[in-house]
Design a protein around this ligand. Structure first.
Ligand code: ATP
Length: 349
């Protein structure tokens, strides 16, 4: 991690990605630069545009740069459905061993939803399970996918979730699983969580079969604190939880490994709105706030957070994008935020 007290700039790899990626990553970069924190951005490609330029969706140069500098801000990379290249997002997490996806989901003042007290964090295992990418045809008409689950990865992610809970003054970790059906794979995930909990008697532990967990989440999300999920469940529950607080436009994320961290929104490349200038850049900006905190630049992180919180709390449709009920474009929202961060801005509340 870069020394926050050092006068040297923080070197951060910037990966714009595909679809709305370049638009929202530019907004996140501008917001961070507006705080005056000295970041040296090192741009690298991944996704469809990398394939065009370098013949590879995930160039070695990009991976090497993230390994070297240890931190990246990344836009989403599109994944073709039912064929084509493998997910670049998943491949990067596996190649860099970014084993924990951390996704804070919170109710935001000024964004109207059915719930007013969501304050949870998703901790998703990021490297194995059904995302191991091992699929094959057994005989014509019969295909098989392998769900790889290792004790090592289960213990590591459970340890991460409990440690995170303790360090962030959270009270409870809840596992969602389907160990009644997948007795060995989900059973191992659940047993490892139980085993790790033994070392964290100060943190409460709960376990729910995932279908029940979904129902409980939708009924009353406020009863959940830290959610510990395997790779596939973590992906699905992340979108579900985004829906509780205003959608994919407002949920950030971090992919954490032993020595490397890549910050990226939960949302995908959103090809349906790419290039229209209407994407909500908040999730990417919030991911940038997580990145600043990771770098130890907590004051700058607070400045960005305070700026968008005031803008959203104002209820002014001109200060939010369409997905959360506003009229702002990606550009006008970003400009208003920039003004607010740099000088209190014309939209100061
Ligand atoms: P991918 O194939 O990259 O996963 P996708 O379209 O399948 O992309 P998402 O990108 O997550 O999945 O988009 C799901 C829906 O949410 C789309 O309708 C998209 O327009 C919307 N959406 C996602 N991110 C944003 C955003 N930042 N601002 C506004 N709408 C968004």
């Amino acid at each position: 991690m870069t020394d926050p007290h050092s006068a040297r700039p923080h070197a951060v790899v910037l990966i714009p990605g595909d679809g709305i990626g370049p638009e929202v990553i530019d907004a996140a970069r501008r917001s961070i630069d507006a705080t005056g924190v000295h970041v040296r951005w090192i741009e690298h490609a991944a996704g469809a545009n990398a394939a065009e330029k370098f013949g590879k969706t995930l160039p070695d140069d990009t991976l090497d740069a993230v390994r070297k500098h240890g931190v990246a801000l990344k836009g989403p990379c599109g994944t073709p459905i039912g064929g084509g290249h493998k997910s670049v997002n998943v491949a990067m997490r596996q190649a860099l061993n970014l084993y924990a996806a951390v996704r804070p989901v919170r109710t935001i003042d000024g964004i109207k939803t059915r719930y007013d007290n969501v304050e949870l964090v998703i901790v998703r295992e990021n490297t194995e399970g059904l995302y191991s990418g091992i699929e094959h045809e057994v005989v014509p008409g019969v295909v098989e996918a392998l769900k790889i689950v290792t004790e090592k990865a289960c213990l590591r992610i459970a340890e991460y979730a409990f440690r995170y809970a303790r360090e962030h003054q959270r009270k409870k970790v809840t596992v969602f699983h389907k160990a009644n059906i997948m007795k060995m794979t989900d059973g191992l995930f659940l047993n490892c969580a139980h085993a790790v909990h033994e070392h964290y008697p100060d943190i409460e532990f709960g376990a729910l079969i995932i279908d029940n967990g979904c129902m409980q989440l939708v009924k009353d999300p406020s009863r959940f604190d830290v959610l510990l999920l395997d790779n596939l469940y973590g992906d699905i529950i992340s979108d579900l939880c985004a829906g509780l607080v205003g959608g994919l436009g407002v949920v950030p994320g971090a992919n954490i490994g032993a020595e490397v961290a890549v910050f990226e929104s939960v949302h995908g490349s959103a090809p349906d709105i790419a290039g229209k200038g209407i994407a909500n850049p908040l999730a990417a900006i919030m991911s940038g706030v997580m990145l600043l905190n990771y770098l130890g630049e907590t004051k700058a992180a607070e400045r960005i957070k305070a700026a968008y919180n005031v803008m959203l709390a104002s209820g002014d449709p001109a200060l939010r994008t369409k997905d959360i009920g506003g009229t702002a474009s990606t550009g006008s929202f970003t400009q208003a935020l920039f003004d607010r961060i740099t000088k209190g801005g014309p939209h100061a509340a």
